[in-house]
Design a protein around this ligand. Structure first.
Ligand code: ADQ
Length: 463
């Protein structure tokens, strides 16, 4: 018997546990939360992903699966347009990933965001027991804590932001930025992926709000309330992921990739199709590598796996078209009758298959322009053979770079830098590959998702 209080997780989407890993577009959050809930017989509340009017009438669909109870509501088309495609993914997501050029500021979508947060509070508050600990996730639901407090919820409520927190000079371009941050200070604990994002948040609180900050304890005191703000770098579910290597599915996937590339080294990229992931810039880097090293075109095959996401948002349609064009250009210029240098695949794979592909790939190319953490980087390292590990090429602008300093770190905006890193990785002697792998595997194994959950919930329990 565990004496831990029950955990209530509230996030935008709720993933049915069985579907885990199968649909890549679910992103890193789903797997992480499922592991946390399973150990505490928790409740997971959020949007079903379905469109209907039933959420407006208060209908909640409840299921218990694998020790986790899910309670989901549908959203109306207007809610989806304004809250999800609108404010969350066309305002906050680009702004928080430093893409002011893509951020749309519309009053209607801002109102829709507040309305859906209010509905989440209205429908989830009655499900929260007096001793439950509540953990709210991500940029879709920043105001939810304040809305729950307004309904008299006195429980400990924590919030974790999975994406970066932008520098103050960018963040202040958001209309009503102060209102958004004030709502955050209704949580007992606010967590960020890295110290860099935490520092940006504290900078805002101190300089724009005039809050009192204690950087040692992470305490932010404002108008009589205290919130703890800290960095909790998320990790992978090591126990689950590292065992996938023993499965037939992983071995088959590994074989499939290796036999199809024959003597060529495979290089892999796995991302949701998202402009923050730097995929077109990565393709430019590969093009530059081929231009600079034409004699090595036949040494390398690049596999990019990128399932579409957020297809109703215009910027996501554009990135898809841009990528198709770039891959087509390079393949047109560099293919032979029996060889295509870039394989671009628009679908998701299971985690076991990804494990196999990662293991088969001599180079993992993870080059986001901005990323809260990036779990693919950690999964790539976890899947390597310790006796003959591949090389991780990692953007210095991913949160993961703060922990994986022994990756080959690159500036993802620079095709020359990426081209140089690819060459270095291809030529890297076994001893150096092993040394880098050994320096990274400890943090990937030990700073795992269970540790992340335990650290956050420990602070929430004592806040
Ligand atoms: P994401 O932006 O979705 O997550 P990431 O951390 O890389 O990015 O997680 C992606 C997850 O989805 C990984 O587990 C990966 O294996 C899986 N995935 C990606 N492409 C896939 C494919 N084609 N098929 C199957 N699975 C695929 C957000 C933030 C990140 C942060 C996570 C967790 O943007 O910065 O690391 O949340 O906090």
């Amino acid at each position: 018997m565990t004496s831990d209080p029950r955990l209530v997780v509230i996030s935008n989407r709720v993933a049915v546990p069985k579907a885990r890993g199968a649909a890549g577009a679910q992103g890193g959050l789903a797997g992480a939360l499922h592991a946390a809930l399973k150990s505490r017989e928790g409740l997971w509340f959020g949007w079903s992903g379905e469109e209907s009017e039933s959420g407006r009438t208060g209908h909640i669909d409840t299921q218990t699966n694998d020790g986790v109870t899910t309670a989901t509501i549908d959203l109306s088309q207007r809610d989806i347009d304004e809250y999800y495609n609108g404010y969350a993914n066309a305002t906050l997501w680009p702004l928080f990933h430093d893409r002011l050029d893509l951020a749309e500021y519309e009053r209607e979508t801002a109102k829709g965001y507040e309305r859906v947060n209010e509905r989440f509070a209205e429908l989830s508050a009655p499900l929260i027991g007096p001793d439950d600990v509540v953990w709210v996730h991500d940029y879709h639901l920043i105001p939810l804590g304040e809305r729950l407090r307004a309904r008299g919820v006195q429980n400990r409520i924590g919030f974790f932001l999975h994406i970066p927190w932008p520098p103050t000079r960018l963040f202040v371009s958001l209309p009503y930025h102060e209102r958004l941050v004030r709502t955050l200070l209704n949580y007992d604990v606010v967590g960020f992926q890295t110290k860099e994002w935490l520092d940006s948040f504290l900078h805002y609180c101190e300089h724009e709000l005039g809050a009192e900050i204690d950087r040692n304890s992470g305490k932010v005191s404002f108008e009589g309330r205290t919130t703890i703000a800290r960095a909790y770098p998320i990790g992978i579910d090591w126990d689950h992921f590292s065992r996938l290597g023993e499965t037939g599915e992983a071995r088959q996937a590994q074989q499939r990739l290796m036999s199809s590339t024959r003597r060529r080294a495979a290089m892999i990229g796995v991302d949701r199709l998202d402009y923050s992931k730097g995929i077109p810039e990565r393709i430019d880097g590969i093009g530059r590598f081929f231009d600079r090293n034409p004699e090595r075109v036949s040494d390398l095959v690049f596999v990019q796996i990128a399932p579409p996401s957020r297809e109703d948002v215009e910027s996501y349609q554009k990135i898809r078209a841009e990528l198709e064009q770039k891959c087509g250009q390079i393949n047109g210029a560099r293919s032979e009758v029996d060889m295509v240098p870039i394989r671009y695949v628009n679908r998701g794979y299971s985690h076991a298959e990804l494990f196999g592909f990662f293991r088969a790939a001599k180079i993992g190319l993870v080059t986001p322009l901005r990323d809260g953490m990036n779990l693919v980087a950690k999964e790539y390292v976890a899947a390597q053979d310790p006796e003959d590990p591949g090389v991780l090429v990692l953007s210095r602008f991913a949160g993961a770079a703060a922990q994986l300093k022994d990756a080959v770190l690159v500036n993802p905006h620079s095709p020359d830098d990426i081209a140089h890193a690819i060459r270095m990785a291809l030529d890297m002697p076994l001893e150096e590959r092993k040394r880098r792998y050994q320096a990274m595997i400890g943090t990937v194994r030990d700073d795992n998702v269970q540790e992340w959950t335990a650290n956050f919930l420990r602070d929430l329990g004592t806040a």
